[in-house]
Design a protein around this ligand. Structure first.
Ligand code: DGJ
Length: 730
C-alpha cells in the first residue's frame, strides 16, 4: 500500500496490492481522474486526462472552457459551470445562484483513516494499516472548501471515498445535492450490474447494457430499501466469476441514495453514488461543515469472484464493529412464524424447552410482547411488558430460560410509533409529519422524528430500560415502514430538507448508544426482512435479517445477491416450516437446513409441529452448524453455479483462509430425467494439496478438484441438496 504525489507530473497515486488509482491536476486547477485499474507502477499517466486534445484546458483555450468542462474526467463534478453530465455537487447561494467550480488548493497524506462524524465508516484497526489522501479544493466565489478523501488499507484492494464541505464565508449556503463519489472513464462496452427486488424478494442480481443517457438505481423511501440496493457495478461483457473487469461501488449508508451511470456523447461513462438529491437540502451555516457518507470502490480484473472476496474481507476486517464478528453465534429459535402475536410465557417456554432438547441455544421472542399488542395496529412506542401475556415480565422469562441453559433474545421496533399508543397520545408531534396533512399509515404506524434530540433520548432510554430489566443477550431491531409526508415539527422551515438525513443520523446515534451501554449484545438489524441490509447497518450489527422469505428456493437468489457483497456471517437465515408461509412451497427439511447454513443459522417454526424424523434432522443440522460455523463465518466464498441463471441447480463453496478445508453446498432445484452426474469444478483450493472428501474417504488433489471437478450425482426429487466437505491431508 502506498499513497504519494508525483509533483513533476502532478499526479496522485494510490496503490493497493493489485490496483492503482491515479488523479491528475490539469492546468494546476482541475482535479481529474487519470486511471483506475490493475496495479501499474508508472504514474506518468497524466496524458490520459486528454488535456493535449481539443478542447484544451482553459489556460490554452479560454473560449472553449465550457467544452472542456463537459468532457473532462472530473474527480468530483459540480453543477452550473459547463459540465452537463450528472454532477456530484449543486450549491445554491442566499441570492439563488447555483454555479460551483472547484479548484485544486493543496493536499495532505495521512497515516490511518479519519472517522466520519456521526456516520458509520470503515476503520483502520492497527496503526499504519491505512493511508488517506485529502485533496483540498475551493470555490472562492462561494467561499466553499471541499475536501476529497481517499483511503486505502494495507490488506485490501478496496478504495474508500468520502467528501467534506466547509462553508468558509459569511453567508449561508444551501447544499441541494452532495454525492460522495464520481468515476469518469472511457466506456468499455460496459454492462451495469445491480441488486434489485422487492419485499420478500430482495437483492436479485441483474445486468443491463449501458446505453446512452442515464441509468441507475436509487430510493427515496428513507431506507436503503428492498427494491434497490446501494450498489452498482460496471462490468465488461461476458463477465464471469474469474474473468472480466469490474468497477463496483457500495454505499456505507442506510437512507435515500442514488447510484447512476451516464453514457455521454463521447462514449465516456460517469458512475456516481451518494445521498439522493430528491427531498434533500442541507443548510450550511457560515463556519459549518457537512460530511457525505463514504463509498467503497472495488476494482477487479479477475471477474466477480475477486470483487466479492474483496468486499467480504473489507467488511470483516474494517467495517463491522461488533464483538460478535468472529464469535460463534448461538443457534436460535424465533417464535414469529410459530405463533405470530399469539403467545404467552408458557407457550414460549414450551417452544424453548423442546428446542433445547435438540441443541438450540437461544429463544428470540418476536413482536407482540408489549403494551396491548395482539396484532400490528397498536402499542409501538409503549415499551412496557404486557403482563397478561408475560406474567412476571421479562426477568421471569429470562430466568426460566437460563434454567434451561438457554439465552434470551427480544424483538424491538424502536423507531416507530402506533397512533394507538400512549406515546403518540402524549407526543403526536414526535411523529414525522406535515402539519395539516393526514399522515399516510403503513402497517398502522408512523415513524418517530429522530432528527429531534429529545426523541432520540426517549427512544434510547426506552430500549435501555427494556435491556436493563432482564438478562437479554440479543436484540432483533426491526423497522417496518417507509417514509411519507417527510416533515419535522422541530426543524425550521429552511431546514426541512435535512430531515431524511438527520433521521438516518438519529438511527446511527441510537445504535451507537445501545452498543456503548451493552457492548456484549448481539444485535441483528431487520427491516421487514432485508429492507435495510447495507454496510451502514453492518457497522453496528454483525448480522441482518436477510428476508422475510424463508423458502429455501427463494433464498438461493436472495442469499446469492446478498453474498455478492456481504460475508455469509452477516446473512440472517433460518429454517422454517412448510408449506412456506410466503410462497406455499414444500421443500425437504434437510435442504432448508443446507440453505440456512449459508448464513447465521437458526429456526423460525413451531417445533411442536415437527415430526420425529424432522426433529432428528434438526439435531443433525445443529451438529453441522457447530462443525462448519467457523469455516462459513471466516472463509473465502466462491459462487460456482447459480439457479437464477441455469434454473436447475445452485452451487457455492467456502474455503478456509489457509485452504486446508472447504465446504461445497449443492442444491438440485429441478431433477433431470435419465441423466448422468453433473460435473462441478471447485475453486479456491491449493493445487498441490491433497484433499479427502469426508463422505467417501476418497482423496483428490486440489488441482484435480479445480480442473476436473466433482461429480454431483443426480438425486431423486426437486429441491434436494447435499454438502461436500473436504479437508487437506497433505
Ligand atoms: C418484520 C420482520 O421482518 C419479521 O421477521 C417479524 O419480526 C415482523 N416484522 C414482526 O412484526
Amino acid at each position: 500500500m502506498s499513497v504519494y504525489f508525483d509533483e513533476e507530473r502532478s499526479v496522485f497515486c494510490l496503490m493497493t496490492e493489485n490496483t492503482s488509482y491515479m488523479i491528475g491536476i490539469a492546468d494546476g486547477k482541475y482535479v481529474g481522474h487519470a486511471y483506475y485499474g490493475a496495479r501499474m507502477e508508472d504514474c506518468g499517466c497524466g496524458y490520459l486526462l486528454r488535456t493535449d486534445e481539443r478542447p484544451e484546458p482553459p489556460s490554452r483555450n479560454i473560449r472553449e472552457k465550457a467544452a472542456f468542462a463537459d468532457s473532462f474526467f472530473y474527480e468530483y463534478s459540480t453543477w452550473g459551470v459547463g459540465d452537463y453530465r450528472d454532477s456530484c455537487l449543486r450549491v445554491r447561494t442566499e441570492g439563488g445562484a447555483r454555479a460551483c467550480e472547484l479548484v485544486f488548493d493543496g493536499y495532505r497524506i495521512l497515516d490511518g483513516k479519519p472517522e466520519l462524524p456521526g456516520l458509520p465508516s470503515t476503520f483502520a484497526g492497527e496503526a499504519g494499516s491505512a493511508q488517506t489522501l485529502e485533496i483540498v479544493c475551493r470555490d472562492d466565489c462561494l467561499k466553499l472548501k471541499v475536501i476529497l478523501r481517499y483511503s486505502i488499507f494495507e490488506d485490501s484492494d478496496a478504495l474508500i471515498r468520502s467528501v467534506e464541505l466547509v462553508n468558509e464565508g459569511g453567508e449561508r449556503l444551501y447544499l441541494e445535492k452532495v454525492l460522495s463519489a464520481c468515476l469518469d472513464m472511457d466506456n468499455n462496452e460496459f454492462q451495469m450490474l445491480t441488486l434489485t427486488g422487492s419485499w420478500a424478494r430482495e437483492r436479485h442480481m441483474g445486468y443491463q447494457k449501458v446505453s446512452r443517457g442515464y441509468q441507475g438505481v436509487g430510493t427515496t423511501r428513507g431506507i436503503s430499501s428492498h427494491q434497490e440496493h446501494p450498489f452498482i457495478a460496471l462490468v465488461t461483457e461476458n463477465i464471469t466469476e474469474t474473468t472480466g473487469e469490474v468497477y463496483a461501488m457500495n454505499f456505507v449508508y442506510s437512507g435515500n441514495f442514488k447510484a447512476d451511470v451516464e453514457l455521454s456523447q463521447f462514449d465516456t461513462v460517469r458512475m456516481t453514488m451518494g445521498i439522493h438529491p430528491d427531498g434533500f437540502e442541507w443548510v450550511l451555516e457560515p463556519g459549518a461543515s457537512f460530511t457525505a457518507p463514504e463509498v467503497v470502490c472495488v476494482y477487479s480484473d479477475s471477474g466477480l469472484g475477486q470483487m466479492t472476496r474483496t468486499f467480504h474481507d473489507l467488511y470483516r476486517n474494517h467495517l463491522i464493529r461488533s464483538r460478535w464478528l468472529h464469535e460463534k453465534r448461538p443457534v436460535l429459535i424465533n417464535n414469529w412464524e410459530a405463533t405470530y402475536f399469539d403467545f404467552d410465557t408458557e407457550r414460549l417456554l414450551e417452544i424453548a424447552s423442546e428446542a433445547a432438547k435438540d441443541g438450540v441455544e437461544m429463544l428470540v421472542m418476536d413482536d407482540g410482547w408489549f403494551g396491548r399488542r395482539n396484532d400490528d395496529t397498536c402499542s409501538l412506542g409503549d415499551w412496557s411488558v404486557n403482563e397478561k401475556k408475560l406474567p412476571g415480565g421479562l426477568a421471569y422469562l429470562s430466568r426460566r430460560l437460563k434454567e434451561m441453559g438457554m439465552r434470551f433474545g427480544i424483538w424491538l421496533e424502536p423507531e416507530m410509533v402506533s397512533p394507538d399508543s400512549d406515546l403518540y397520545r402524549s407526543h403526536p408531534d414526535w411523529a414525522v409529519h406535515v402539519p395539516g396533512r393526514e399522515g399516510t399509515l403503513s402497517r398502522s404506524q408512523y415513524i418517530l422524528d429522530l432528527s429531534r434530540p429529545e426523541v432520540v433520548d426517549y427512544v434510547s432510554e426506552s430500549v435501555a430500560r427494556v435491556l436493563r430489566s432482564a438478562d437479554i443477550s440479543y436484540v432483533k431491531w426491526d423497522m417496518n415502514r417507509q417514509m411519507t409526508e417527510v416533515g419535522s415539527a422541530c426543524l425550521d422551515s429552511a431546514c426541512q430538507g435535512e430531515l431524511y438525513h438527520r433521521y438516518v443520523l438519529g438511527v446511527y446515534e441510537l445504535q451507537s448508544r445501545l452498543l456503548r451501554e451493552f457492548p456484549e449484545l448481539l444485535l441483528e438489524n431487520c427491516t421487514s426482512g432485508g429492507g435495510r441490509f447495507d454496510p451502514g447497518m453492518l457497522y453496528y450489527s454483525p448480522q441482518i435479517w436477510c428476508s422475510d422469505d424463508t423458502d429455501a428456493m427463494e433464498r438461493l437468489a436472495i442469499q446469492e445477491g446478498t453474498a455478492l457483497l456481504y460475508p455469509l456471517s452477516t446473512i440472517g437465515a433460518h429454517v422454517s416450516i412448510c408449506p412456506n408461509h410466503i410462497v406455499g412451497r414444500v421443500t425437504p427439511f434437510e435442504t432448508r437446513g443446507y440453505v440456512a447454513l449459508g448464513g447465521t443459522f437458526g429456526y423460525e417454526l413451531d417445533i411442536m409441529r415437527l415430526s420425529g424424523e424432522e426433529r432428528g434432522q434438526m439435531r443433525q443440522q445443529i451438529e453441522l452448524y457447530h462443525k462448519y460455523q467457523s469455516l462459513v463465518r471466516e472463509g473465502d466464498y466462491y459462487r460456482l453455479a447459480s439457479a437464477r441463471e441455469n434454473h436447475e441447480y445452485d452451487c457455492y463453496m467456502v474455503v478456509s483462509k489457509d485452504r486446508r478445508e472447504a465446504l461445497v453446498t449443492y442444491i438440485q432445484v429441478r431433477a433431470r430425467a435419465n441423466f448422468h452426474s453433473r460435473r462441478i469444478r471447485l475453486a479456491g483450493l491449493a493445487e498441490d494439496t491433497c484433499y479427502v472428501l469426508e463422505e467417501t474417504g476418497r482423496q483428490y488433489s486440489g488441482r484435480l478438484l479445480m480442473k476436473g471437478g466433482i461429480l454431483a450425482a443426480p438425486m431423486a426429487g426437486d429441491y434436494t441438496g447435499k454438502l461436500y466437505h473436504f479437508s487437506a491431508v497433505s
